[in-house]
Each structure stands twice: as C-alpha cells, then as structure tokens.
Design a binder for this molecule. Structure first.
Ligand code: MLT
Length: 268
C-alpha cells in the first residue's frame, strides 16, 4: 500500500520513532519549534486527511476501504497504514488536541503500534450536545463562502492570555495558519471530532509510558480532563506548562519538547 498520509522524517534515520500528530486546523509544520529541540531523536510528523500535503479525506477513506463519513477511526487507521508502509511497526505517538483524539483512537484500534503515548492539550471524553452542534455549524460555514473564515475566531480561544498579551509573533503565526486552513479539512475535522466517542475506557490497560500535558492557560482542555486521563494511566507523567494555552507546542515549544523527550527516554 502506498503511503496514505503525508509524512516527514526528522533527525536520525534509525531507532524507535516519535510520531507527532498535529492540532486542528493546522498541519505538521505546527511542530517546527518542538523539532528544533529534538534534533537527536528520530521523529515522524504527519498531516491529517485534508490538511497540509495529505490527500483529501475521501481519498484516504477510499484507499483504506473505509466508509467515506469523516472519522477519527479512519484517521487512526491511516496513521497506522502510513507508518506500516514506511517500515514502522512500533512508535511513541503523541498528539495535540485533535492529534490526541487520534492517539486515543490508535490506542483502541492499533495498540500494538504504541510504545508510549503523549496526550497534549486534549481530552478523552466525547463532546456534549452543544459542542457537537457548534462543530457541525462550523463545518457547514466552511463548506460555503466563509471557507477558512469559519475558524478565524479560534485565534483568541486557543491561545493563552500570556501569548495573546505578549507574543505577537505567535499570534501572527496562528492567524496566518487559520486563514490558510483548508475548508475540506475543516469540514472533515469538525464532523470527525463531533462523532468521536468517549475513550477513557482505553486507558487503564494501556501498558506503556504516558505523558499528559496541558498549557496552564488552556481553556479548551481543562485540568479535570487531563486528570481524568492521568488517573486511568499507570505509568504517567503529568505536565502543566506555565504561560501557555491550548496550542502549547506553538506557545512553549521548548517545554513541550523537553516533556516529549522525557517520555521518549522512558520508552527506550
Ligand atoms: C485542536 O486544537 O485540535 C482543536 O481545538 C480540537 C477541538 O476542537 O476539540
């Protein structure tokens, strides 16, 4: 099977890879600041279906023989197939927010792949009805003339107060990324995330080292959600990154990289 998702390898060619899955509605370049700190670690970054250089979600689903409806399960299957195609049968996999939802789907469907997991600014619970309805509204807006504008308001909701007040470079970077977010990916991501089930139950018997990390100013993934995951994981480090919000990898890349490095070393 040919590689399904766009994937980039960084650092040494050999060794257990650290796989990084990006947040919605960004792409694998979200990890650039983190990668700058992990030059000695073999890392693979991937684009979700419809984002970055990955094929449209429909093509990804078709090539896997899966139903065409947007789904994080199909995304997880595509990550596993892409890694398998690249000769990777075991990896430490970390994801931020939507990337974390994909890690949880991998834990349910491709457990043997996982040598360790990183759950960053994410949650294992499903959405409530209001959040689900809002996602479907954003998906509908993105399908029409609003296009990428459907996610413009995320700028102030996903960045922490400290970043909004004092990090204009990060604010501008995210503003540009949101303006360039592909409408097809936005529609796919919102519907897939709206449909995701509660996956807290996959954590208790996940017998691998884990990291649960959140920005202290993350309004989207509260401390209670991080604790709900951490208390179900056996071998877990919990990290709260000061002065960062939901986009911790953009807002505090050095701290996030240091936590990922500790996770990676525990999986060695
Ligand atoms: C993300 O950062 O991936 C999104 O905030 C995820 C979500 O909307 O739940």
């Amino acid at each position: 099977m040919s590689a399904l998702l766009a994937m980039t390898r960084h650092g040494p060619a050999d060794g257990l890879p650290l796989v990084l899955l990006h947040a919605f509605p960004l792409d694998q370049t979200m990890w650039d600041g983190v990668l700058a700190e992990l030059g000695d670690v073999p890392v693979c970054t991937l684009d979700a279906p419809g984002f970055g250089s990955s094929p449209p979600p429909r093509a990804v689903a078709e090539s896997l023989g899966r139903a065409l409806a947007p789904s994080l399960e199909t995304y997880a299957d595509a990550v596993a197939a892409t890694l398998h195609d690249a000769g990777v049968s075991r990896a430490v996999v970390a994801g931020l927010s939507m990337g974390g939802y994909a890690v949880l789907a991998l834990a349910e469907r491709h457990r043997d792949l996982l040598a360790g997991v990183g759950l960053l600014d994410t949650r294992a619970e499903a959405d409530d009805a209001a959040a689900r309805a809002n996602r479907l509204k954003v998906a509908e807006l993105a399908a029409g003339p609003t296009g990428s504008g459907a996610v413009a308001s995320m700028l102030t909701t996903v960045l922490g107060e400290t970043t909004l007040q004092s990090r204009p470079d990060v604010v501008e970077r995210l503003r540009a990324a949101l303006a360039a977010a592909p409408p097809t990916g936005i529609q796919w991501g919102q519907v897939a995330m709206a449909e995701r089930p509660n996956r807290l139950h996959v954590l208790p018997d996940l017998m691998v080292p884990a990291l649960v990390l959140r920005g202290a100013e993350d309004k989207g993934s509260p401390q209670a959600a991080a604790e709900a995951m951490a208390e179900r994981l056996g071998d877990v480090e919990v990290v709260v990154v000061p002065r960062a919000g939901h986009m911790s990898a953009l807002e505090a890349p050095a701290e996030v990289a240091a936590a990922l490095r500790r996770l990676y070393e525990r999986c060695g």
